[in-house]
Ligand binder design. Structure first.
Ligand code: F6R
Length: 595
């Protein structure tokens, strides 16, 4: 029981709305589930429990509201089989109707309970639990990472995976299973990653992996880097704040070993593409979800502007559903902090299935997307625990800046220009440190805007990407409604909503478009809308209500990274002022392993 609770606590950062455990003891299960936090589950459990096997889960509601009864684990209607399930059964309703017609009943509204009953029905055929799980899963459409126990089979645990991560931890006369290595590190460093379509049978001493046709497969044991996984808040009030502060060091790591001063270019170890192959691509397309997608839009803009190769970004979720044309002349990138986002993973598989080349831009080493891509650029941002991404966003921009330099130097970028980019990149961490020192200035601004209900974020080119990220961060952690617009689009509609109660955060880099941005700001102020500018000079000071100036970074390619910092701080401090749960915003999960 303590192991299960510790594991669930370690996965709390991923976001959830209820938690529960099933403990196996003398041929029966003790099932305890609670809506709310793991702390509430802990309080509901007895202090001691002699169970030697158990399963637990933190649920993030998909089918059925968050409640005690919908929390996992779920039993079949005889109470003999118990399961936890991460994912979505798409044909649950169909199965539910069939099972009800065959006399089964359900306690919850969940798709997972349907799966438990399906397994129980299959078990009745030959009392072989692994075979029953396999048969049930063959009739299921959707995604799952599951763990299953039967009360008559003490010490036996069946796990299966399709689309949601399942990792076996190999201990000394004990076995563990989790959906994320962070739950395993206190107990073992030896792990085995299950692949889609595989089922494993575990006892305390052994494990055996089979595919959906019962063929035994061999999978190597991998060692996890425990230091990279274990993270604490240190002196910071929140992981979000800690991770914002970690960005200069994270930047140093993503650049480490990747700068080539001799030829003023970048160098990557894991792209697995010869220069000749890279030069043959005619376009670049970057895919990701949420912040990963937004970082891709900025990355695409960097690549196109510096390397002069057409580049664009698209939401991986949209891409995968629209039967995309996969062009062999396009180099695809899949961006993902967790490496587990289901929509991004499926987009990768769609590209590969159609013969395209896709590289991963991933933070978590050995994650599903990293393994599926097999090549790419790791972000080396270190563990990101807060639900919202901060340092991985920065490192994604830096990784694309490095890639733009690498590709640019193969194409038109001169050695002198390459040198300027490298100098700017190398200067960045210290410049960021200087901006981080001014955190309290951002706090003061946040206090002035924390009580508004709506805000706009505007920018042009990369500045528009930053506006989108600033608005997303604010929405996610402070629940303040924020919308991002390309500054040029404002007069085509949204200007109608500008009034004294709708502040605008304007991203104003010191580029050719400063004057254009100043005109847009004037249009807002004429309508009495308050404006906060995040700029690189005080040229527009008289024209705004609040001004944040960050240093010019040394090259336009790296300016976005500098301009991002105040946006992150403002979102954090607004959330703090509004009393929000900054690290674990409501309704959100750190890795979205469902559709
Ligand atoms: C925003 C945020 C999410 C993630 C998105 C993709 O702060 O964290 O929008 O960026 O869910 O997650 P990954 O990068 O793990 O694929």
């Amino acid at each position: 029981m303590p192991i299960l609770l510790e594991g669930l606590s370690r996965l709390e950062y991923r976001g959830y709305d209820s938690a529960g455990v099933a403990l196996q003891k003398s041929g029966k299960f003790d099932l305890v589930k609670r809506q709310g936090r793991v702390g509430e589950l802990r309080a509901a459990l007895p202090k001691r429990n002699a169970a030697t096997a158990g399963i637990g889960h933190t649920r993030w509601a998909t089918h059925g509201e968050p409640s005690d009864v919908n929390a996992h684990p779920h039993c079949d209607d005889t109470g003999k089989i118990v399961i936890v399930h991460n994912g979505i059964v798409e044909n649950a309703q169909e199965h539910r109707e069939g099972l009800e017609a065959r006399g089964h009943s359900f306690a919850s509204d969940t798709d997972s309970e349907v799966l438990a009953v399906l397994i129980a029905e299959a078990y009745a055929v030959d009392e072989d639990l692994a075979a029953a799980v396999r048969r049930a899963l063959q009739s299921v459409a959707g995604t799952y990472g599951i763990a299953v126990m039967h009360c008559d089979r003490p010490g036996e645990l069946i796990v299966g995976r399709n689309g949601s991560p399942v990792i076996i931890g190999v201990g000394d006369k004990e076995m563990f299973v989790a959906s994320d290595v962070s739950a395993l590190v206190p107990y073992t460093r030896q792990v085995v990653h299950l692949e889609d379509g595989e089922i494993a049978t575990l006892s305390s001493k052994s494990y055996e992996i089979q595919d959906l046709h019962a063929t035994v497969t061999d999978r190597p044991v991998a060692l996890i880097d425990a230091e990279a996984v274990l993270a604490t808040k240190g002196d910071h009030a929140h992981f979000t704040l800690k991770e914002i502060h970690e960005q200069p060091d994270a930047l140093r790591r993503v650049m480490q070993g990747r700068l080539n001063h001799r030829f003023n270019t970048a160098h990557f170890g894991g792209l697995n593409l010869e220069p000749r192959e890279l030069m043959a691509f005619k376009r670049i397309k970057i895919l990701g979800c949420g912040s990963a997608y937004i970082s891709g839009t900025i990355g695409a803009s960097m690549i196109e502007r510096l390397a002069r190769l057409p580049a664009e970004a698209e939401s991986a979720a949209e891409f995968r559903y629209r039967n995309p044309i996969i062009d062999p002349d396009t180099l695809y990138f899949a961006v993902s902090q967790s490496g587990e986002t289901y929509d991004t993973l499926t987009a990768v598989q769609e590209i590969q299935r159609k013969g395209g080349t896709v590289l991963g831009v991933v933070n978590v080493v050995g994650s599903t997307i990293a393994r599926q891509c097999g090549a790419g650029m790791y972000l080396h941002a270190g563990p990101e625990v807060a639900v919202v991404s901060t340092k991985t966003f920065t490192n994604t921009l830096a990784a694309f800046a490095l890639f733009a330099l690498y590709l640019g130097r193969m194409r038109d970028v001169s050695p002198a220009e390459g040198e300027r980019v490298i100098e700017a990149l190398e200067a960045l961490p210290a410049q960021m440190e200087a901006v981080i020192e001014r955190a309290e200035d951002f706090h003061d601004i946040a206090k002035r805007y924390a009580n508004f209900d709506h805000a706009y974020f505007i920018g042009r080119c990369e500045g528009f990407g930053l506006a989108q990220e600033g608005a997303l961060k604010l929405k996610e952690i402070s629940y303040l409604h924020a919308e991002a617009y390309a500054a040029s689009e404002l007069k085509h509609g949204p200007l109608a909503l500008i009034d004294p109660q709708t502040p605008t955060f304007a991203i104003v880099p010191n580029d050719d478009l400063v004057k254009k941005n100043a005109s847009t700001i004037a249009e807002i102020r004429t309508r009495k809308g308050p404006v906060v500018a995040i700029a690189q000079s005080d040229e527009i000071e008289a024209e705004v209500d609040d001004l944040v100036v960050v240093p010019i970074s040394g090259h336009w390619l790296t300016d976005s990274i500098m301009l991002l910092l105040p946006l992150q701080f403002i979102a954090y401090f607004v959330a703090l002022e509004r009393g929000c749960d900054v690290d674990k915003p409501r309704n959100l999960a750190k890795s979205v392993t469902v559709e």
